[in-house]
Design a protein around this ligand. Structure first.
Ligand SMILES: *Cc1c(COP(=O)(O)O)cnc(C)c1O
Length: 385
């Protein structure tokens, strides 16, 4: 028997490469394979030109200028570079970092590793919607605080942090604000000037570009000091040395260009699909919609089911590729730290689905998803008794 085709509803984990992106990339694997740092011949010039076009496209999507963008291998690397680089460069100024309990592991694990070497980290709490309290931030800042790291949109529950209000506080205190914008870029408008952020990080593979490319934006006016974590050939102004991944960067650029044009229509279509999904499921017994319902990413929903046997949740939803909590935490079967932070018990956290829709999600697929969930969940209730 042929296995049934899965319906992909995990766009917050990764996305397929858009065909238009792939077409743009392909020549850079073969004909135009040059090293962007080779300054002596056409092969190098061609690659370098392509990288600089991509840099413009990436910058445009977030309202930055090209010179403010540094290419990395992804958001995780950009986050490590920003956090570790800020710590090293500001060693004399202090040893205190402020972040939030619901950040991505790329931020949390980096902060935890710095705690081992003497840094002090404040993890701000959130309420049941995943929103933070600005007074908590204000109170946490000390004269030893070297930066604040708060994500834009949460990857599990979609809650959006009010960066504009946050940056008003950090700018007043003259502390750099770093924001992991991996989930918001390409889905909702992100403008670094308007938001007042000093550093943001984001990734190609979350927005229909290839894996292996990411960006670090560093504001050129207040230019926070960042010490590089790699040493080498001086690429990317020495901030991130190493031969550039030209095909991936070209794809990342194209992906950003497409998002700039299509984000608005994609997002309004997906918002409607989500409304359909949520209103059909709403009537189910024991259902809980997580996140800030009026202030979250438009393309996703995160749903918990009370009193079900969460252990069998994913197996039973066989035809749906969804995530139980976050992708990384579900690999270890630990209840998600985000769901714990919004007050869920371990049991409820494990009885949770993240449904992430995207550019290629169809109405038909959502209809099947609704039907499957309505069929499967009541049976898991019986198992739990
Ligand atoms: C996916 C993701 C990351 C990690 O990005 P990579 O490019 O895969 O390293 C970091 N933060 C958030 C919020 C994410 O969703």
């Amino acid at each position: 028997m042929k296995p049934r085709k899965k319906i992909y509803l995990d766009y917050n984990s990764t996305t397929p490469v858009d065909q238009r992106v792939l077409d743009e990339m392909l020549p850079y694997f073969t004909d135009k394979f040059g090293n962007a740092s080779s300054i002596n011949h056409i092969f190098g010039w061609e690659a370098d030109e392509a990288v600089e076009i991509a840099r413009e496209q990436v910058a445009d999507l977030v309202g930055a200028t090209a010179s403010e963008i540094t290419f990395t291998s992804g958001a995780t690397e950009a986050i490590n570079l920003a956090i570790r680089g800020l710590c090293q460069a500001n060693h004399d100024k202090g040893n205190h970092i402020i972040t939030c309990a619901t950040e991505h592991k790329a931020v949390l694990d980096t902060c935890e590793s710095l705690e081992q070497t003497g840094y002090r980290v404040t993890y701000l709490p959130v309420d049941e919607s995943g929103s933070m309290n600005l007074e908590d931030l204000q109170d946490a800042i000390t004269d030893k605080t070297i930066f604040v790291s708060l994500m834009h949109a949460n990857n599990e529950i979609g809650t959006i942090h009010p960066l504009k209000e946050i940056s008003r506080i950090t700018r007043q205190k003259n502390i750099p604000l770093l924001s992991d914008a991996t989930q918001s870029v390409g889905k909702i408008p992100v403008n670094v000037e308007e938001l007042g952020v000093d550093i943001i990080t984001f990734s190609s593979h979350k927005i229909y570009g290839p894996k292996g490319a990411g960006a670090l934006y560093i504001n050129k006016n207040d230019k926070p000091d960042i010490t590089p974590i790699l040493t080498g050939g001086g690429q990317e102004k020495g901030i991130r040395p190493g031969t550039l991944n030209v095909p991936a960067i070209v794809g990342f650029g194209k992906a950003c260009e497409i998002c700039a044009k299509e984000m608005e229509s994609d997002s309004s279509r997906l918002r409607l699909l989500r409304t359909q999904l949520e209103s059909e499921l709403e009537e189910m017994d024991g259902i809980v919609f997580n996140g800030a319902l009026n202030n979250r990413l438009p393309s996703m929903t995160n749903i918990s089911f009370r009193n079900i046997d969460g252990g069998h949740l994913i197996q039973r939803l066989r035809n749906l590729a969804v995530s139980q909590g976050s992708a990384c935490t579900s690999a270890t079967h630990k209840p998600s730290h985000v769901l714990k932070a919004i007050g869920h018990s371990d049991e409820l956290a494990l009885s949770t689905l993240r449904i992430g829709m995207g550019r290629f999600t169809t109405e038909k697929e959502i209809e099947v998803a609704i039907q499957t969930i309505k069929e499967v969940i009541p049976r898991l209730k019986l198992l739990a008794q």
